[in-house]
Design a protein around this ligand. Structure first.
Ligand SMILES: [Zn+2]
Length: 82
């Protein structure tokens, strides 16, 4: 058997927050984005198994941001839906 394994697949979910945050990088006030990035391992170029999930928040203008915890992500998501 011959397998081709890969790990380069990513799927993104992104949401815009309702609250305004200040960005220390570009000095703008804007509604920041939160994102969930799922990394998937692939077999024969078909994405199969999610092996890592990252949660991020970032400035929509300059894309400066940082990682957040899953709890933070869910809380912010809930907050932006209200
Ligand atoms: Zn910025």
């Amino acid at each position: 058997m011959f397998f081709i394994l890969g790990a380069g697949h990513k799927s993104n979910e992104e949401y815009q927050l309702e609250t305004i945050s200040h960005c220390g990088h570009c000095n703008n006030d804007s509604k920041w984005m939160i994102g969930k990035v799922t990394h998937k391992a692939s077999l024969f170029f078909v994405p199969l198994v999610p092996y890592k999930t990252e949660f991020i928040t970032y400035c929509p203008i300059c894309k400066n941001g940082h990682m957040i915890s899953k709890g933070d992500f869910e809380w912010k998501l809930l907050e932006s839906n209200n």
